[in-house]
Design a protein around this ligand. Structure first.
Ligand SMILES: NC(=O)c1ccc[n+]([C@@H]2O[C@H](COP(=O)([O-])OP(=O)(O)OC[C@H]3O[C@@H](n4cnc5c(N)ncnc54)[C@H](OP(=O)(O)O)[C@@H]3O)[C@@H](O)[C@H]2O)c1
Length: 278
């Protein structure tokens, strides 16, 4: 099986490369293929004839997307149509990642795979467009939604640190921090998501949408408190409301991704301890 990974220098991309060690893998980032270049996408995928294309490249700056809407729409939206079309022509399976931010966050009980998306931010809208463009242009696709990714920071130029690493950095210089005690969602560990992706392909799951976030859920405050507790860091965490930190983009208040199709992922607290031990 020949696998083409796009966005391999990102947090998830690097773990995908690791998960598929032993397979025939082409590991590409922006330098090898700019996914917003429709002609290049078509030509390079046709040339390589992969069996599976996995796209981990994305525009991930939620607040900046409010001012850079066109950039987000192209990279998270239309580019997915280019890849999906090229995959269809090459007969390749297409795997793409989306987000809990496609939902409006009003369902306290969480969202199933087939619930109707209704984004409340430009980022969420651009990711939803990517889902639509994927499904419009090929039948052989997996869209895997995740939330709050954490793991080793990627090597790309535009990649950002995860919330976990940001909190650990803050703990070096502060005795007390305020953290928003809102936005219930499930942290997802990048190596687990990469393994889950491998499982979905290798076990030939039916094509469609999958929810693959870590089991359990927390607010940002609960997430930070658990990080410091596990790390034994001497820092006071103060819960505050979202109004205390005005941000450009709205976030869903409740966006737990309910996984109704596959075995549960590992609990976020358990995988957090794995990550902190690395
Ligand atoms: N991070 C999260 O919390 C989160 C939450 C929900 C969903 N997701 C989704 O999960 C997936 C993986 O996210 P991630 O956090 O691993 O991303 P990431 O660390 O930001 O990595 C994205 C990669 O894509 C590359 N890239 C950017 N523009 C490109 C282009 N035009 N052509 C080719 N490559 C390009 C970047 O390279 P440069 O840096 O060099 O530009 C980078 O290596 C994405 O679909 C994301 O939307 C992430």
């Amino acid at each position: 099986m020949k696998i083409l990974i796009l966005g391999v220098k990102g947090m998830l991309g690097q773990e995908l490369k690791h998960a598929f060690l032993g397979a025939e893998v082409l590991a590409w980032d922006f330098e090898e293929l700019d996914i917003t270049n429709e002609i290049e996408v078509k030509e390079k995928i046709r040339e390589q004839k992969p069996d599976v294309v996995i796209n981990a490249a994305a525009y991930n700056n939620v607040d900046k997307a409010e001012i850079e809407k066109n950039k987000a729409v192209l990279l998270n939206g239309y580019a997915l149509g280019y890849i999906a079309k090229a995959c269809k022509e090459a007969g390749a399976i297409f795997i793409h990642y989306s987000t809990d931010y496609v939902f409006d966050g009003k369902r306290k009980e969480g969202y199933k795979e087939m619930d109707i998306p209704k984004p409340v931010s430009a980022y969420g809208a651009s990711k939803l467009l990517g889902e639509i463009e994927t499904a419009k242009n090929t039948d052989k696709y997996y869209i895997i939604r995740l939330s709050r990714l954490f793991g080793k920071t990627g090597d790309g130029i535009s990649v950002k640190k995860s919330f976990v690493d940001t909190m650990l950095d803050l703990a070096k210089s502060k005795n007390e921090i305020e953290v928003i005690d809102e936005e219930l969602s499930s942290p997802t560990y990048a190596p687990d998501l990469a393994e889950r992706t491998k499982y979905i392909v290798e076990s030939k799951q039916p094509f469609g949408i999958y929810h693959s976030a870590g089991s359990g859920a927390c607010t940002w405050y609960e997430f930070a408190s658990e990080i410091f507790k596990q790390k034994g860091a001497d820092i006071k965490v103060v819960p505050v409301s979202g109004d205390k930190f005005p941000r450009n983009a709205l976030r869903p208040k409740y966006s737990v991704l309910l996984n109704t199709k596959l075995p549960p992922m590992r609990d976020w607290k358990e995988v957090l301890s794995n990550y902190l031990a690395t």
